[in-house]
Design a protein around this ligand. Structure first.
Ligand code: NAD
Length: 264
């Protein structure tokens, strides 16, 4: 199978969730060898079964339990790809938005730390060991894509302080790494999704129509985004088609962050 990612060895973290799974499906369709990583093993098994069902011709698909907030887990996961020929692409996508995340007064410190350990430290560990692996395997190019969020660009009027701050950190660290490693051929980009139809947000919104409407009204298209719409952007950033795309805040939000008044 010849695709846009043929012969690339790719890791996706948070691969059992909304964006991660859709990306795994598209990566496999585009010919990549894919390691699906997540903290939840049962969810990973379901995810890989789905990829196999949808992409029976997939080149290489494996799963690995990994808690991205633990450096030893991330290091071992990335080093395991040395036997595949070395990592070419990593999508540092695992992230949480905790139900007890709140404003400056009410966010428990433990929730702040948990959020930052996964959303920021997890991305740092992924970047660190990706660089080491790319160098170890003498790669002259590599693509690292880190999931941030539009809330890092425009802020949120509903309090989720730890999450918003964590995604701002992802944007900032990604830009710096993009500059530091540009001459080595390693590209770093942030993906900035708008609120989506994935469990992360939708479970939290539940049946609360007012809470949902408060968010939907900001979309020029009048709808939340779909995970697959993010995945298409990730395929582009991972591929050599994006060879001159580096250090970008790659916004996939249906125009939401460009709106002053809501579209009619
Ligand atoms: P999701 O909840 O569907 O998936 C997240 C996955 O990450 C889950 O499978 C979960 O098990 C995994 N995970 C959680 N903690 C982990 C850890 N410590 N180590 C490894 N895996 C872990 O969420 P999603 O919507 O697919 O979100 C993916 C990314 O996109 C996250 O970083 C999220 O913050 C970001 N994002 C989501 C939205 C949205 O509206 N869904 C908007 C902007 C940004």
């Amino acid at each position: 199978m010849v695709g846009r990612l043929t012969s690339k060895n790719a890791i996706i973290t948070g691969a059992a969730g909304g964006i991660g799974l859709e990306t795994a499906i598209l990566f496999a369709k585009e010919g990549a060898n894919v390691l699906l990583a997540d903290i939840s093993e049962p969810a990973l098994e379901k995810a890989v079964a789905k990829v196999k069902e949808l992409v029976p011709a997939a080149t290489r698909l494996e799963t690995r339990k990994c808690d991205v907030s633990k450096e030893a887990d991330v290091q071992a996961m990335i080093e395991s790809l040395d036997s595949w020929g070395g990592l070419d692409v990593i999508f540092n996508n695992a992230g949480i938005m905790h139900a007890n995340d709140d404003d400056a007064i009410n966010t428990p410190e433990a929730i702040w730390d948990l959020t930052h350990n996964i959303n920021v430290k997890g991305v740092w560990f992924g970047c660190k060991h990706a660089v080491l692996a790319l160098r170890r395997n003498k790669k002259t190019k590599g693509s690292i894509i880190n999931t941030a969020s539009v809330v890092a660009l425009v802020g949120a009027a509903t309090p989720q302080l730890a999450y918003t701050a964590s995604k701002g950190a992802v944007l900032a660290l990604t830009r710096e790494l993009a500059m530091v490693h540009a001459r080595e051929g390693f590209r770093f980009n942030s993906l900035c999704p708008a609120p989506l139809n994935t469990p992360l947000l939708q479970d939290w919104l539940g049946d609360d129509k007012a809470k949902r409407q408060r968010r939907e009204v900001h979309f020029p298209t009048g709808r939340f985004g779909e995970a697959v719409e993010q995945a298409h952007a990730v395929v582009f950033l991972a591929s050599d088609e994006a060879s001159f795309v580096n250090g970008s805040d790659f916004v996939v939000d249906g125009g939401m962050s460009k709106a002053y008044v809501t579209a009619e």
